[in-house]
Write a protein that binds this ligand. Structure first.
Ligand code: TYM
Length: 335
């Protein structure tokens, strides 16, 4: 708790352009939760260097991501929007938690297995301990709730295990966080291969909708989305994964249930349906893109936000860190 509000922490990596999956799985929920909770939203740039980045490009991507949080509608005066690398406590706590995490636990992480297969020439130690840094992110702010997409649930479970283990040894140090999944959109699939999740790093540009895609591109990508030959708009993930993914997207964007979507398109063809999904998504993205362009021109405003929020995040992070350092038996810093 911070004051009378529960605490929320979440973050995204700055490794590519954000996709519709990131938006519907995470960012959209952040917006609806932002009044109810004391929120910390981080651009998790420390996590991003587990994969090689071009420094100039990376700096730009991270800054764009921070601006995108604001462009999506998060008020940076109410929500603490900050770069993870500006708060050294994340790394300091991660090291301590590393010593309370078992290799057996990390060996089971599916994201580690996937990423090592994809980047076989760079299976670094950071990629392996990535989930512990994520646990540190969350526990540092004593977060009660963590809105994420389904692919992050395993990391959340590990975070809870580490926190529980630490608390069992040292008393009630950490709040045990709960994951928060939105009603729809927790796992948006690729438009070209609905067996795969929509991902920032997909090599096929038609597979993902990027939040920066213009209207024509969005509509064109939906027109090309893989469906099936049955020509009926029905939610059935097993037999109709492509169409079900489009229903999921349309439902998440419009707030309609799957049944309502099915009814709306009863008797209509895939062409009409795909166009409607494309238009709904484009309508949702246009104001975000306009706001993003405005923010890009206001360097002083963004710099001010970055400074102010880094100070705020550091303040709360340090409180937890000092407590943890004391618990494990480090000598106090003399000032
Ligand atoms: P990242 O950057 O891969 O993704 C950011 C958020 O988007 C969600 N997401 C999706 N949701 C639905 N459908 C999809 N296709 C899809 N793709 C991505 C993710 O679940 C995530 O919520 N490890 C995290 C970042 C992180 C973090 C944290 C998150 C670091 N520390 C602490 C929460 C709390 C990651 O790589 O997310």
């Amino acid at each position: 708790m911070l004051g009378d509000k529960k605490v929320l922490f979440s973050g995204m990596q700055a490794t590519g352009s954000l996709t519709l999956g990131n938006y519907l799985g995470a960012l959209k929920n952040w917006l609806t939760l932002s009044d109810e909770f004391e929120c910390f939203y981080s651009v998790v740039d420390l996590h991003s260097i587990t994969i090689r980045q071009d420094p100039t490009e990376f700096r730009k991507k991270a800054r764009n991501l921070l601006m995108l949080y604001i462009a999506a509608g998060l008020d940076p005066k109410k929500n603490c929007i900050f770069y993870q690398s500006h708060v050294s406590g994340h790394c300091e706590l991660a090291w301590i938690l590393d010593c309370f995490t078992y290799m057996g636990e990390l060996n089971r992480m599916t994201q580690f297995k996937d990423k090592s297969a994809k980047h076989a020439d760079n299976i670094n130690a950071g990629l392996y301990t990535y989930p512990v840094l994520m646990a540190a992110d969350i526990l540092l702010y004593q977060a009660d709730v963590v809105p994420v997409g389904k692919d992050q649930l395993q990391h959340l479970e590990l975070t809870r295990d580490i926190a529980g283990r630490f608390n069992a040894l040292f008393g009630d140090v950490f709040t045990i966080p709960e994951p928060y999944l939105g009603k729809a959109g927790a796992k948006i699939m690729s438009l070209q291969d609905p067996a795969k999740k929509m991902s920032k790093s997909d090599e096929n540009p038609n597979a993902s909708i990027y939040l920066t895609d213009d209207r024509d591109t969005v509509i064109r990508k939906f027109k090309r989305a893989v469906t099936d030959s049955e020509a009926s708009i029905r939610y059935d993930v097993e037999n109709k994964p492509g169409v079900s993914n489009l229903i999921e997207i349309y439902g998440a964007v419009t707030g309609k249930t799957f049944a309502e979507v099915e009814k709306e398109f009863d008797g209509k063809g895939y062409g009409d349906f795909k166009l409607a999904v494309g238009e709904a998504v484009a309508d949702m993205l246009t104001p975000l893109q306009t706001r993003f362009d405005e923010l890009s021109k206001d360097k002083a405003y963004i710099d001010g936000i970055v400074k102010e929020n880094a100070e705020k995040a550091n303040y709360f992070a340090t409180k937890t860190l000092r407590k943890v350092q004391k618990k494990v038996g480090f000598n106090e810093i003399i000032r």
